[in-house]
Design a protein around this ligand. Sequence first.
Ligand SMILES: C[S@@+](CC[C@H](N)C(=O)[O-])C[C@H]1O[C@@H](n2cnc3c(N)ncnc32)[C@H](O)[C@@H]1O
Length: 211
Amino acid sequence: MVESRLENGSATNILEIGFGLGLNCLLTLDLAITNQCPVNYVGVEHQPIDADTFKSLKFDRWLQHPKLFDALCGIFKKMESASLAESQRVTMQTSSGATPASSDNKFSYVWSTENSMELSVHVTDATTFVSATNHLFDAIYLDAFSPDVNPECWSDEFIAQLKRCLKPGGYLATYCVKGALRRSLARSGWDVQKFPGPNGKREVLRATYSH
Ligand SMILES: C[S@@+](CC[C@H](N)C(=O)[O-])C[C@H]1O[C@@H](n2cnc3c(N)ncnc32)[C@H](O)[C@@H]1O
């Protein structure tokens, strides 16, 4: 699990599908900083929340390193400004008859050069990001809502793309334990296990793939 990697100080690349409120990210980076563990955290989110909403969540009260929360506030602010600028650009283009280009806006933050902590959030659709990336990850958090809400993040095709992004020995973790997902993972060669979840979540699923 990521927790033990971070506690051992093993450099870890993490991909999160569905960055959402940034809570998984904050808790992961908080633990990594405590253990001085180098982490490259890549989040993908197609509809980021606005910076004031993020600020109002006050997640810093749960962190050992509350400055992380301020850093993420800064990223949410940048995403918000870019999204306003983008919607103005698209409005101008569509009113002039031009077709808006699809975009992948990347917002990065380097925590410190000392322990090589880097966070980047890509504002784009997960399917677009995953099919284009050449990066390999030790862990993938699949935290888009659910197969019923956004099936594009749970399809056989998408799961196969995620497999391509995984380092040997890496794994995928998700709160979704639905039978259909487990069967889909097993069909494409993943080894799937269920575990008790943290903080009242009933179960989580971990899938590993031997290349
Ligand atoms: C359950 S929330 C994620 C919570 C988040 N992981 C956290 O720790 O705060 C699911 C997120 O997935 C995003 N999402 C859903 N479908 C997506 C897609 N196709 N591409 C990118 N993001 C998507 C939603 O906008 C939402 O923010």
